[in-house]
Design a protein around this ligand. Structure first.
Ligand SMILES: Cc1cc2nc3c(=O)[nH]c(=O)nc-3n(C[C@H](O)[C@H](O)[C@H](O)COP(=O)(O)OP(=O)(O)OC[C@H]3O[C@@H](n4cnc5c(N)ncnc54)[C@H](O)[C@@H]3O)c2cc1C
Length: 557
C-alpha cells in the first residue's frame, strides 16, 4: 500500500451520511438524469456503515420524503408505525396530567414513527443504486482550500488510519485521501467539527446568535407481548415537567415501534445551570416515573445511545453558502424545535442544495455568488416558513418559571414574534453556576439510581449496548487543551461536570495520594454526541473525528 496521500476528484462531495446529505445526493442524481448531466458524486460517512451513527426519536413528517421519493412506500421505506396517535402529559413525581390542548405545530397526524438508523440505511442504498459513490468508514478531518487567496473550499481530507497513540505509523498504516470537488456539501449534523473549522476561516456564524443545543439519551426497549400498551391505541407519548423540573428545558418521549419494541428517550437543554446535574441519571428517573414504568414493565434494553440536537433555529443559522461550499441540515440549525423535528427540514435542505448545484454546473460557476441561490431556495421553501414561526421558541423555553409560558403563549398569537424579537440567548457553555459555598459532601451528594442490568443499565453497559468500538491504539480524539484547568479550577468551581454530562463515562477524575488528582479520558467509550465540547464551561475540550469507522453501531434506534 502506498504511504503517500492520494487525491480523489469528484464533481460534488457530500460530507456526512445523515438524512440531509442522503436526500441531497439522491435529488442530485435525479436532476442529473432529468437533464442528461454526468456528474461524479461522492459521499463520506464516519460511521462504518450508513445508519450506524444515526440516532433520533423518531417521528417523521414525510413532507420532504414525498417530494423526493413519492413511491417511498412501494420502495420499502422502513416505517415502524404508520399512525401517530399522540398523548401529551405534564409529570409530577408521582402523577401525570394529560394536556387537553396542544398547539397545531405539535400535532403529528400526518407523520409516521421510524428508526433513523434503519431509515438512513435505506436512503443510502437508494443513493448507491443511483450511482452515488458512498464511502462509509471515512471521517472528514480537514477542510481543503484552493491555492489562491480566495479561501475557496475545494474538498475535504479524510484522516489517516493506523496511527498509534503516540502519533507513530503502525504496520497497518493507511494514509488519508484528499477528496476534491467543485462543491462540497457539509451535512455533519449537530455541532459539525469541519463546520467549526470553516467558521474559524470564514466566520460563517459571525452574524448569528450562538448555536445552542439539547442533549438526548435514548433506548429501544423490548417489552413482553402481553404488555397492554401494545394493544392500546396510543403510539406517541410526550411529557414535560418531572424529573428535570420546569427551569430546564426539554422533555421525554416514548414511541411505539414494530416487534414489541418501544423507543424511549429524554432530551435536556444544555443551557442548564446546575453543574451537578447528570442527564443520564435524570433519564433513569424518567423511566421510573409511574407513567413510563407501567409501559416498559418487564422490558429489556436492546440498544442505547446519545446525541445532541442543534435547537437554536432561525436566528442561529450560519451563512449557508461560501465559495465551493454549502451547509445543510442540523449543522446549519435547520431543526424546528417547536415541532421537535429536524429530519424533514434536513432532507429538504439537502434537496435545495442539489437544485443549486445543478444550476452551478449549468453555469460552470461554483462561487458564493452562484451558490447563494441555495440561501434564496431555503428562504422561499417551507423550511423557512416553519423556522420563522419558531424563531424565538427555544429562547422562550430557556426562561425560568412561568415566564416561559407567557412568552410561548405570546408567540403563539403573533406568529412567532412574541414579546421580544429576537430573544437573546447565551452559549450553553456559559450557563453553569459555580458551586459557591457548598461543602464537599453537599456538592458530591448525588443520589445514583440502582441498575438491574436489564431494564436499567449503567453507563458502561449502555456503551456496550450502543455497539461502540474504537481502535484503542490511536491518538485521543478528545483534545483537552489544559488539564490543569480540569484538576484545579474546574474541580473547585464546578466539580468537573464533564464526569456527569458525558453519557458514556469518557471523563473521570482519579484521586491520587496525597491529595492530588488527574483527569482520565476513556476515548474508546465516546458516543460522538459532542456534549463535552458544547457544555464545558472553559471551552477546554475540542471534539475531533476519531479514526474513520469508529463509534457506535446503531441498528434499530
Ligand atoms: C434523541 C433525538 C430525537 C429526535 N427526534 C426527532 C423526531 O422525532 N423527528 C425529527 O424529525 N427529528 C428528530 N430529531 C432530530 C433529527 O434526528 C435531526 O434533525 C436529523 O437527523 C438531522 O439530519 P442531518 O443529516 O443534518 O444530521 P445527522 O442525522 O446527525 O447526520 C450527520 C451524519 O454525518 C456524519 N458525520 C459527521 N461529521 C462527519 C465527518 N467529519 N466526516 C464524515 N461523516 C461525518 C455523522 O456520523 C452522521 O451520520 C431527533 C434527534 C435526537 C438526537
Amino acid at each position: 500500500m502506498s504511504q503517500a496521500r492520494e487525491e480523489l476528484p469528484f464533481d460534488v462531495l457530500f460530507v456526512g451520511g445523515g438524512p440531509a446529505n442522503l436526500a441531497g445526493a439522491i435529488r442530485l442524481m435525479q436532476l442529473c438524469k432529468e437533464k442528461g448531466l454526468e456528474i461524479e458524486v461522492g459521499l463520506i460517512e464516519k460511521g462504518d456503515s450508513i445508519g450506524n451513527h444515526s440516532l433520533s426519536g423518531a417521528i417523521l413528517d414525510p413532507i420532504a420524503l414525498k417530494e423526493l421519493l413519492p413511491d417511498y412506500l412501494d420502495r420499502g421505506c422502513p416505517i415502524e408505525q404508520s399512525e401517530c396517535r399522540d398523548n401529551f402529559y405534564f409529570l409530577t413525581p408521582h402523577w401525570e396530567f394529560p394536556i387537553p390542548f396542544t398547539p397545531k405545530y405539535m400535532h403529528n397526524e400526518e407523520c409516521s414513527i421510524i428508526s433513523l438508523s434503519k431509515f438512513t440505511r435505506w436512503l443510502g442504498e437508494i443513493a448507491e443504486e443511483m450511482g452515488v459513490n458512498v464511502f462509509p468508514g471515512f471521517a472528514g478531518t480537514e477542510v481543503l482550500y484552493g491555492d489562491d487567496d480566495s479561501k475557496r473550499i475545494v474538498g475535504v481530507a479524510t484522516g489517516d488510519k493506523g496511527i498509534d497513540k503516540n502519533g507513530e505509523k503502525k504496520s497497518v498504516y493507511e494514509p488519508g485521501v484528499d477528496l476534491t470537488a467543485n462543491v462540497t456539501v457539509f451535512g455533519e449534523g449537530s455541532r459539525g467539527s469541519l463546520l467549526g473549522e470553516v467558521d474559524k476561516t470564514m466566520g460563517i456564524f459571525s452574524k448569528t446568535m450562538p448555536q445552542i443545543f439539547e442533549t438526548a439519551i435514548k433506548e429501544v426497549i423490548e417489552i413482553p407481548e402481553s404488555n397492554p400498551f401494545l394493544a392500546s391505541e396510543t403510539t406517541v407519548v410526550h411529557t414535560f415537567g418531572y424529573p428535570k423540573g420546569l427551569d430546564t428545558k426539554g422533555g421525554g418521549f416514548l414511541y411505539k415501534m414494530s416487534d414489541n419494541r418501544i423507543s424511549v428517550g429524554l432530551v435536556l437543554g444544555l443551557d442548564y445551570e446546575d453543574p451537578l446535574l447528570e442527564p443520564y441519571e435524570i433519564f433513569m428517573k424518567y423511566k421510573r416515573h409511574p407513567l413510563i414504568a407501567k409501559i416498559i414493565d418487564g422490558g429489556k434494553v436492546l440498544q442505547q445511545g446519545a446525541k445532541t440536537l442543534s435547537i437554536g433555529g432561525y436566528y442561529t443559522m450560519p451563512k449557508l453558502a461560501v465559495d465551493g461550499g454549502l451547509f445543510v441540515g442540523d449543522s446549519a440549525s435547520m431543526l424546528n424545535s417547536q415541532r421537535l423535528k429536524g429530519i424533514h427540514t434536513a432532507m429538504k435542505s439537502g434537496m435545495c442544495a442539489a437544485e443549486t448545484i445543478i444550476m452551478a454546473f449549468e453555469k460552470n460557476d461554483f462561487s458564493r455568488e452562484t451558490l447563494a441561490a441555495y440561501e434564496a431556495g431555503i428562504e422561499k421553501s417551507w423550511i423557512n416558513q416553519e423556522g420563522y414561526q419558531a424563531r424565538n421558541f427555544t429562547q422562550a423555553l430557556s426562561q425560568k418559571g412561568v415566564s416561559k409560558f407567557i412568552h410561548v403563549g405570546a408567540q403563539y398569537f403573533t406568529q412567532g414574534r412574541g414579546i421580544k424579537d429576537p430573544m437573546v440567548i447565551k452559549e450553553d457553555c456559559a450557563t453553569l453556576k459555580k458551586l459557591k459555598g457548598k461543602t464537599d459532601s453537599e456538592a458530591l451528594n448525588i443520589q445514583k439510581q440502582e441498575y438491574d442490568g436489564e431494564l436499567f443499565v449503567d453507563k458502561l453497559t449502555g456503551v456496550f449496548l450502543s455497539g461502540t468500538q474504537h481502535e484503542e491504539d490511536q491518538p485521543c480524539h478528545l483534545i483537552v487543551h489544559d488539564q490543569e484547568i480540569c484538576v484545579n479550577q474546574c474541580f473547585k468551581e464546578y466539580r468537573n461536570p464533564c464526569t456527569r454530562f458525558c453519557p458514556a463515562q469518557v471523563y473521570e477524575i482519579v484521586e491520587e495520594e496525597p491529595g492530588g488528582r488527574h483527569l482520565l479520558i476513556n476515548p474508546a467509550n465516546c458516543l460522538h454526541c459532542k456534549t463535552c465540547e458544547i457544555k464545558d464551561p472553559y471551552k477546554n475540550i475540542t471534539w475531533t473525528c476519531p479514526e474513520g469507522g469508529g463509534g457506535p453501531k446503531y441498528a434499530i434506534v
